[in-house]
Write a protein that binds this ligand. Structure first.
Ligand SMILES: N[C@@H](CCC(=O)N[C@@H](CS)C(=O)NCC(=O)O)C(=O)O
Length: 287
């Protein structure tokens, strides 16, 4: 569980906040997962949007709350929780509503796999939802990121920021390369093949009841499909399961793709299709 120690938090005003406060960004996959979960639980919460393209997550104020500079981040009666999957495990204990984590140890392990793929999702997202051009953060933003926040999590020096900085630096220097996209898509293909098997004879990923695992993979699968991943062709059961969840209350409304962003993504994918680098083309599976 990643609950911050008081010394990790430099923006101390949040330590006095009461109730559930969620720092999130509309288009962030981890934020979407949390918002869907809260909506299914019928929980009341206060939202604080952190605009990632504007690099608000690199502000001194926000780094003083989450030293990793990532969303989502939850403040629950003054306690700061980071890491979406840990936040969800915490909320399952904290909130009533329908149980969504039937087997804690098993779900925690399966969610670790999902979290490991997070940078792969970012790689594919940046490549197919933005127009070709420089990717990522400004050098000035990254300097602010490096310098800001306590640099500690749970009172100990935190290495997670270094991984983020390495991602953004590589993106700025080389862009998102075809090789990076191929590798990321390959890892997703293997994971989605696993889900395809899980869905054989089952309505949901853990059997016949909806669980947090469905919510987490719904968000990933939807994003991949919006990036042009050939979901129906490669994983028909996952594609049908995704459509079914999308029609259930609480899902589609938290993942609305703003029309101006949908237009940019469509143009990005059209241009890359012309160049032979659309996602199915790089995967070698264009049907
Ligand atoms: N392992 C973290 C990953 C969080 C993460 O990477 N969040 C992304 C948004 S989905 C973010 O804050 N990115 C920062 C940025 O784009 O500047 C979690 O599960 O909370």
């Amino acid at each position: 569980m990643v609950k911050l120690a008081e010394q990790d938090v430099l923006t101390t005003e949040v330590l006095t906040w009461q109730g559930l406060h969620l720092f999130h960004f509309w288009g962030s996959s981890c934020s979407q997962k949390l918002r869907i979960y809260l909506s299914l639980k019928g929980a009341a919460w206060t939202g604080h949007e952190v605009n990632l393209p504007k690099q608000e997550n690199f502000s001194t104020w926000y780094l003083g709350i989450n030293p990793r500079g990532l969303v989502p981040c939850l403040v629950d009666d003054g306690a700061v929780h980071i890491e979406s999957n840990d936040i969800l495990l915490h909320l399952e204990d904290r909130l009533g509503g329908p149980p969504l984590i039937p087997d804690r140890a098993r779900i925690a392990q399966l969610l670790r796999h999902e979290d490991d793929l997070h940078l792969d999702l970012r790689t594919i997202t940046f490549r197919y939802t933005r127009l070709p051009g420089p990717v990522g953060k400004s050098a000035e933003g990254l300097d602010k990121y490096r310098a800001g926040g306590s640099g500690t999590v749970g009172g100990a020096e935190d290495g997670a920021k270094a991984r983020e900085i390495a991602f953004w630096q590589s993106a700025a220097e080389q862009g998102i390369t075809d090789a990076a996209v191929r590798a990321a898509a390959g890892r997703f293909r293997a994971a989605l093949n696993g889900l395809e098997e899980r869905l054989q004879g089952s309505q949901y990923l853990l059997g016949h009841a909806l669980s947090l695992l469905d919510i987490a993979w719904y968000v990933y699968a939807l994003r991949l499909r919006r990036c042009g991943y050939p979901l129906a062709q490669l994983h028909p059961r996952v594609s049908g399961w995704l459509d079914k969840l999308h029609a259930e209350p609480g899902f589609a409304d938290q993942t609305v793709l703003l029309p101006e962003l949908a237009k940019i993504a469509a143009e990005s994918q059209r241009l890359q299709h012309e160049r032979g680098t659309a996602l199915p083309q790089l995967m070698g599976v264009e049907g």
